[in-house]
Design a protein around this ligand. Structure first.
Ligand code: IPM
Ligand code: MG
Length: 358
């Protein structure tokens, strides 16, 4: 007997709807091959929600997410809404979803497919055999959620944001990182700025304490500036990187770039229990929207992460990942990962190819 899973689907803006459409096509095939049922409900968030309801994250969207087993999100944002005040921008939908759904652990794997080695901007001797790392980013704390404000001073206007972490927040993200490292190559690199920031000193102390519960996992610490440099100097040294919200935002983009294309990178945002939100790392790319040129593979791979982390369907997740590899091995490419001699295809065609390879 197959199981029933409820998925809240938030296509969002720009290329969001087209990449989500392909990912849902792949999921339908998994339903057929596995016998499980996936019920989807489409919801508004981001710029399209601002246009339709006046706010980036309507309460009905949050309510429907809470009633689901997982959330699949395309992308939000676009130039059209850039002029809005900070607290009304489409990006607030993301922060609201993360904060209100308690999704504190953001997993961003950066994996260089053998078939895409040419797309990697690093020299072959730096790449070596493989780049395969996982950024574990704290997602509901730090400067993104800390006290902030603006005020008029005699000297002019001033503004501030606050980096703030408590022990509990660091401990739970550290545990996730060590747990994941145990299932990979047993190495955690904790990234901070403990030479300057008090919050980083606490971060480091707590990570060291948690590490004692995972004696089989190796731990080292890097300052964030050095980590950014090491990522392009010798990415092979990394297995799992655990870091704060802001540093993780920056380092995960850098990690993404060295795998060739941000169009290939999935992510999972997890809280307590099996619930999670899954989305491609890339943004809404308004310039590509509606042209059938966007790469849906990151969203398709996000569905694979959903199957693995929220639904406990590892075999089905692996089937999707293998289908993506086969499509690449067969030479099919979207524009962002195109190289000479390969076959250029559009969003819809590459989605159908993945489906047909399952
Ligand atoms: C990301 C994005 C978001 C972030 C923005 C759009 C709010 O850059 O998911 O990495 O900074 O977290
Ligand atoms: Mg980012």
């Amino acid at each position: 007997m197959g199981e029933d899973f409820k998925i809240a689907v938030i296509p969002g803006d720009g290329i969001g709807p087209e990449v989500v459409r392909e990912a849902l096509g792949v999921l339908e095939k998994i339903a057929v091959t596995s016998g499980h049922r996936f019920t989807t409900k489409e919801l508004l968030a981001g710029g399209c929600a601002i246009d339709a309801t006046g706010r980036p994250l309507p309460p009905e969207t949050i309510a429907a997410c809470r009633e689901s087993d997982a959330v699949l999100l395309g992308a939000v944002g676009g130039g059209k809404w850039d002029g809005l005040p900070g607290d009304q921008r489409p990006e607030m939908a993301l922060l609201g979803l993360r904060g209100q759904l308690g999704l504190y652990a953001n997993l961003r794997p950066a994996f260089l497919y053998q078939q895409l080695k040419e797309a990697c901007p690093l020299k072959p001797e730096i790449i070596g055999d493989q780049i395969d790392l996982m950024v574990v980013r704290e997602l509901t704390g730090g400067i993104y959620f800390g006290p902030r404000g603006r005020s008029k001073q005699d000297s002019g206007e001033q503004a501030f944001d606050t980096e703030i972490y408590n022990e509990g927040e660091v401990e739970r993200i550290a545990r996730i990182a060590f747990d994941i490292a145990r299932q990979r190559n047993s190495k955690v690199t904790s990234v901070d700025k403990a030479n300057i920031l008090e919050s980083s000193r606490l971060w480091r102390e707590v990570v060291i304490r948690v590490s004692q519960d995972f004696p089989e996992v190796k731990l080292n610490h890097l300052y964030v500036d050095n980590a950014a440099m090491q990522m392009v100097r010798d990415p092979k040294q990394f297995d799992v990187i655990v870091t704060s919200n802001l540093f993780g935002d920056i380092l995960s983009d850098e990690a993404g770039m060295i795998t060739g294309s941000i169009g290939m990178l999935p992510s999972a945002s997890l809280g307590e229990g099996n619930f999670g939100l899954y989305e491609p790392v890339h943004g809404s790319a308004p310039d590509l929207a509606g042209k059938d040129q966007a790469n849906p593979l990151a969203t398709i791979l996000s569905v694979a992460m959903m199957l693995r982390y929220s639904f406990n369907l590892s075999a089905e997740a692996a089937a999707i990942e293998q289908a993506v590899e086969r499509v690449l091995a067969a030479g099919y490419r979207t524009g962002d990962i195109m190289s000479p001699g390969k076959t250029l295809v559009g969003t819809e065609q590459i989605g159908k190819l993945v489906t047909s390879f399952i």
